[in-house]
Ligand binder design. Structure first.
Ligand code: 13P
Length: 255
């Protein structure tokens, strides 16, 4: 069970999935299920679904997020979306530095840092993703990778600037593979992340910052993951696309 300083957050990352009609349907179900959720709930939807989902979630406690944000405010940046545009469309959150963006689209720690800065300035709650690949884990580089990603991504802020920031530990080998980190592996990594946060921004910051776990979270494993003291929530991919599984995950039971 996570500290009372940190309200659990269950966030769905819909990735590049769902038609508008399917998005409307799922958003309605999440909104209805929010009353029996065990913590805060968010859905991070494709850019094209933001305005329709915002309309559905209006007046509900479910937060709406994007899956990326660009650091410039406006201009000739074909294909990109700014923090101001996301807020205007109804977002309150943004995922930054997801491993798919890092791997497929070249997002670096420096870019993560710039996107984070833009998100915070624009009033978005950032969910900053970090995580090691299988090869890095097998060659004992996990801690170095997490340390580098955190130091680079979170560089140059004051703790107060980052007070809303959320970190998501998503081991790349667990994403979309059905190979969830064991609760002990997740706890060990989250504890390490919290120690790094303390090193960067102090004890109070580390104690108050939510660290989510992501990677093959399902209705069947969420309870044991959420029972770990440093797991403050989940970033859920595949299982967030189905009403039944996401609603069950939203209503997790932590021991
Ligand atoms: P899966 O839950 O499908 O493994 O995806 C996790 C993820 O990448 C969430 O951002």
């Amino acid at each position: 069970m996570s500290s009372p300083l940190r309200r659990p957050l269950i966030a769905g990352n819909w990735k590049m999935n769902l038609t508008l009609a399917q998005s409307v349907d799922l958003a309605r179900a999440v909104k209805e299920g929010a009353a029996s959720a065990s913590g805060e709930v968010a859905v991070c939807v494709p850019f094209t679904a933001i305005t329709v989902v915002a309309e559905i979630l209006r007046g509900s406690p479910v937060r709406l997020g994007s899956q990326d944000v660009y650091w410039e405010a406006q201009g000739a940046f074909t294909g990109e979306i700014s923090a101001g545009m996301l807020v205007d469309a109804g977002c309150q959150m943004a995922i930054i530095g997801h491993s798919e963006r890092r791997k497929l689209f070249g997002d670096s720690d420096e870019w993560v840092n710039k996107k984070l800065s833009a998100a915070l300035k624009g009033g978005l709650t950032p969910i900053v993703c970090i995580g090691e690949t299988l090869e890095e884990r097998e060659t004992q580089k996990t801690w170095r990778v997490l340390e580098t990603q955190l130091a680079g991504g979170l560089k140059g802020f004051a703790p107060a600037d980052l007070s809303k920031a959320v970190i998501a530990y998503e081991p790349v080998w667990a994403i979309g593979t059905g190979k969830t980190a064991t609760p002990a592996q997740a706890q060990e990594a989250h504890l390490f992340v919290r120690a790094q946060l303390e090193k960067l921004y102090g004890k109070a910051f580390a104690a108050g910052t939510r660290v989510l776990y992501g990677g093959s979270v399902t209705a069947d494993n969420v309870d044991t993951l959420m029972s770990q003291p440093d797991v403050d929530g989940a970033l859920v991919g595949g299982a967030s696309l189905k009403k039944d599984s996401f609603l069950r995950i939203m209503g997790f039971k932590a021991a």
